[in-house]
Ligand binder design. Structure first.
Ligand code: CTP
Length: 163
């Protein structure tokens, strides 16, 4: 039983990856929760309320023994710490999936997206946060850290969910 925590900058492909491997109902996306609480998936002022709701639903799912995937950037340590705590509270394994995609690729992808208006500097900041995060994920309490660095590693990943 795992809480799967996606980690990666905007444009890294977290949503795409999560939906390739998990059912839509298993994936809790920060964008979707911003949409639910504020009618706008991009409304950053709704972040606190969105995560409050996301954590609540994640807790309900984990209490019921349901594999849950968190689709958010999670490049900041406090965000990850809340998720590790939640997993521990429910006695499930926190697992990190890092999509470590070059900054230039993420920026280029976001430029093509009508739903992403923020500038390249946001992705650059997230990238710096990700680099700082990488060496400490084990110590933060993640029981498995899958650091996917190449397109082949990302497209070749497979999950086996054991009963
Ligand atoms: N994309 C791509 N090739 C991939 C993965 C994603 O071209 N291997 C494209 C998607 O089609 C989308 C964009 O990159 O247009 C961002 O993908 P998404 O999965 O939404 O990335 P996230 O990391 O979830 O981005 P965000 O945090 O901004 O939601």
């Amino acid at each position: 039983m795992s809480l799967v925590v996606m980690i990666g900058t905007s444009g890294a492909g977290k949503t795409t990856f999560a939906h390739r491997h998990f059912a839509a109902t298993q994936i809790l996306s920060s964008d979707a929760f911003r949409g639910m609480v504020a009618d706008d998936a991009n409304d950053q002022s709704a972040t606190a309320a969105a995560f409050d709701a996301l954590h609540y639903i994640a807790g309900q799912r984990l209490a019921a023994g349901r594999v849950t995937v968190i689709d958010a950037t999670n490049v900041q340590r406090p965000a990850r710490a809340q998720l590790v705590r939640l997993a521990r509270e429910h006695d499930v394994l926190p697992v990190a999936i890092v999509l470590d995609v070059p900054e230039s690729v993420c920026i280029a992808r976001n430029e093509e997206r009508p739903d992403r208006q923020f500038g390249a500097h946001v992705v650059s900041r997230q990238h710096r946060e990700l680099r700082r995060s990488l060496k400490n994920l084990d110590r933060e309490g993640f029981r498995r850290v899958h650091h996917l660095r190449t397109p082949a590693e990302i497209s070749g990943a497979a999950f086996e969910v054991e009963p």
